[in-house]
Design a protein around this ligand. Sequence first.
Ligand code: HBZ
Length: 821
Amino acid sequence: MNAALGRDRSLPTREGLKRAFLDHLLYTQNKSLAIASRNDLYQALAHTIRDCMLRTWFDTASSYKAKHSRMVAYLSAEFLMGPYLGNNVLNLGLMDEVKAAIAELGLDFDDLANQEEEPGLGNGGLGRLAACFIDSLASLEIPAIGYGIRYEYGIFYQTIIDGWQVENTDKWLRYGNPWEIQHAEWSVEIKLGGRTETYTDDAGKFRVRWVPEKTVAGVPFDSPILGYRVNTANTLRLWRAEATEAFDFPTFNRGDYLGAVSKKVTSENLTKVLYPNDESDQGKELRLEQQYFFVSCSLQDMLRIQINRGQPVTEFHLAFAIQLNDTHPAIGVAELMRLLVDEHQIVWEQAWDVTRQTFAYTNHTLLPEALERWPLKLFERVLPRHLEIIYEINARFLNEVRIRFLGDESRLSRLSLIDESGERYVRMAHLACVGSSAINGVAELHSELLKRDVLADFYAMWPEKFTNVTNGVTPRRWIALSNPRQTSLVSRAIGNDWIKDFSRIKELEPFADDAGFAADWQAIKRDNKIELAGQLLQRTGIRVDPDSMFDVQVKRIHEYKRQHLAVLHIVALYHRLKSDPNLDVVPRTFIFGGKAAPGYHRAKLIIKLITSVGDVVNNDPAVRDRLKVVFLPNFSVTRGQRIYPAADLSEQISLAGKEASGTGNMKFAMNGALTIGTMDGANVEIREEVGADQFFLFGLTAEEVYALRARGYSPSDYYRNNAELHAVLDLIRSGFFSRGDANLFAPLIDELMHTDPYMLLVDYQSYVDCQGEVDRTYRDTQDWTRRSILNAARSGKFSSDRSIRDYAERVWKVGPAPVSS
Ligand code: HBZ
């Protein structure tokens, strides 16, 4: 430990923390308290906290090395970590001491923590799941490493101008990142493009060599991932692309120094920016290069570790269990084969055994348009050797299929790794399935639908590979850190073991009937709402009433998630109030947040619809503050930490069969919000756990959706037969919310009336009726509070610790390896 913090590994004292902080202010930032900027103070504090973790981090790596521990390698193109400072202080168990030390210096901890630029290296649920999982892996003391990409620009910063989303670059590294350590000594070289050639090796064996068009260097940046109050700190290793020394010899040798340097810039573009698309693919060459880049860096890194430990590469699968977070890293299957066969001269059959036993694949989507496939031509241009390897894998695989299903030609074309129905594509999900020993969905319903639908042919081949692991979220960040008031109330009631063992949150159940506890619970919710109201006012200028019901939908904006269904409900309420100004409604504040993919025009129009309806409703004296609609810009991990604790009602209203799991639904539930939702994704399991009284259910089931689609669905019937729905759609269509511009929302409304692919009109009445039920329940404050407590008390299943235990037992076959202190 840093000398100022004390010489042993026991936790630092308050005096030690202050000393170390002032040292860093001087020796790292070269400032005094008198002249330091907020950022200087944040940097000094971040370095102080980092110092408290380094010994544990170092000991963890040494212990894994000494014990040859089997490691989980979690490969993910996205890690949506959120700010580190608060989480690290929490996991160290130092929150009170650090706050006090900072206060004694005349400063405010929260104020400094707010200075941190969050690393937004992900789009949404998938990237945030990876972040929750590495917190749980460390907290459960499971040897693990997270591998990903160090994007220079993370997910764009969203502003709202005239009601429209505007994207701004996210310069999160502007002031440096105190949480990372660069390890140039472990850099690796990555090949791209070019061609392959055959040769005969010294032993007379026929071999293939990849002659690339260019190479780039991959440089690892490591951050410690400290478990909650344990002596384990795992590593998040993110790769940055840099020019290799020999970045462009021909140009350099021609004496074109500046030309050569400009090519250097090109190679560094590789990790410049995160693609901002969720649930759809652009098929861009740079994206494939990013995927291959981080996967090859990571596999080379693991092979280096294996060889360093003196272990044979043929035992790679005993040392590493690699989890593919969706298909973004699925090229790893072909890359490990290339490394083993071409570079380590392992025979194909043995290499294939090792590969299959190494990988496992998690699918995160049922949307057909989200299944990744790469045009064959593009793939061949970037990864010529991998295409050959994929052909070989495919040939052997299809022979396996032929033996099992003789004469079934259509099955062969359905299963093939190459889609040959039109322009030819490489199907990444197929590569992942063939190259993995386990395949899982992220909620029970999703895993069932995968087996029945998207991956049915693979299920017929290998039913034993399929399993479900329901998602979870970390109670450290999502309760202990974001909702300190609820945390101390709960800990006063049942002790604080629930933070480590979240199944114990069920001990809270009896307190649902304790009047004193319930009053405290309710007061805390109100305080959290007051705080959020302050943020809303500051960021949007809209004043909301903390005593109104906070009805919240925060997630990526997508038609299948149906934010516009919530808007139809708002317009219906508004229409009712205009028709009967004395109508007795429960005052509500509708809060929306989320980003739309920059090229997804329909999603951007949904944002414009929300803000436009908000403009009219919020400024109409006739509704007398009974309805408010707020779109909070730039929803992020940081914003989420303020929002979930302040919600009364959680909107989880996707069309059944579309949302793989959802994880926001879990964060809301833990923080005491009741859910209104469909039987989709993990909603099904949430309802099962918390009980039907705590879950306002509406809408078709996935089965009913299939049946209706098969029968043929005509949205116009619903429009014609439902007077209120008719009026709502007409009102939006008329230009009432768009200053008379009847064209603005026409594309949205016309689609609903003619095709309505996400069946809003079918579920509309059921949704509105269900919202009526929500109102009736909310009027009885005591009853609502009781349900809110029960709901949180029964959310124990949705800790990511439980998800990780499931993976560890069923998929990875690893256990904890505590680091002795
Ligand atoms: O993964 C989400 C699912 O939609 C959600 O239901 C689930 O809970 C969550 C975790 O399992 N999927 C995503 O977030 N997907 C992406 O962000 C994405 C990013 C890049 C892509 C495709 C999808 O190319």
